[in-house]
Design a protein around this ligand. Structure first.
Ligand SMILES: [Zn+2]
Ligand SMILES: [Zn+2]
Length: 213
């Protein structure tokens, strides 16, 4: 199985991709599934599902803004509170979901800088391949952290545009949940994609100018 574990839609402020286009892009890249991970909302999960072909598994997820870095909640039904990461992880687990630190050491975005033993003990996995990390070092540090603490590693495109979907993904056998718990997932794909950030800046500028609805 190959799932992209981090995909945004226009429910995120930094993306203009409607759910229908996200579903089509994922199906076109031949992915078996995606996790919809908008910033602090699950508003578009059902819409992506509506537009997805039956062979594409659409998993309900969210990318939570914590007081440190971003945190992926996978298989959750409600957005956890935007608070410290340990509380967010507890909330995700209370919902029966899986918690993964998202681009944890990317210092050009929100990142993690403390409570490392507690975080490693609480979290289920570490995103070791994120296609929007400008420096390859950020992904290498994530992978090293996961190896040191014996945590599962995942990959996701962090797509904000349709052409980014599937640039990175997570390969596994069986169910995604079991594979992360058993630490048998393998991240694949590109861990670096500069022009995505440039495209996002253009997108934000256009929005500010009112060119886009
Ligand atoms: Zn993020
Ligand atoms: Zn993201």
């Amino acid at each position: 199985m190959r799932y992209d574990l981090q995909v945004h839609t226009d429910a995120s402020p930094c993306s203009a991709t409607p759910p229908k286009k996200v579903a089509a892009a994922a199906a076109n890249t031949g992915l078996d599934g995606i996790v919809v991970t908008d910033h602090d909302t699950l508003d578009n999960v059902a819409r992506v599902r509506e537009h997805a072909p039956p062979e594409l598994d659409v998993v309900s997820g969210v990318e939570v803004t914590t007081t440190q870095g971003h945190l992926l909640g996978i298989d959750v039904e409600e957005a956890p509170p935007k608070t410290d990461p340990l509380t967010v992880i507890d909330d995700i687990h209370d919902q029966g979901g899986i918690a993964v630190l998202s681009h944890p050491f990317d210092t050009m975005r929100q990142f993690y800088d403390r409570n490392f033993p507690e975080l490693a003990a609480a979290v289920d996995g570490i995103e070791a391949t994120n296609s929007r990390c400008v420096r390859p070092l950020f992904n290498r540090q994530a992978r090293a952290f996961a190896a040191h603490h014996g945590l599962a590693i995942t990959g996701g495109s962090d797509a904000h545009f349709p052409m980014e979907v599937g640039r990175a993904a997570t390969e596994f056998e069986g169910s995604l949940r079991d594979a992360i718990r058993e630490r048998t997932t393998t991240p694949r794909g590109r861990g670096r994609y500069l022009s995505g950030h440039v495209a996002t800046k253009v997108q934000q500028a256009r929005r500010a100018l009112g060119e886009l609805r």
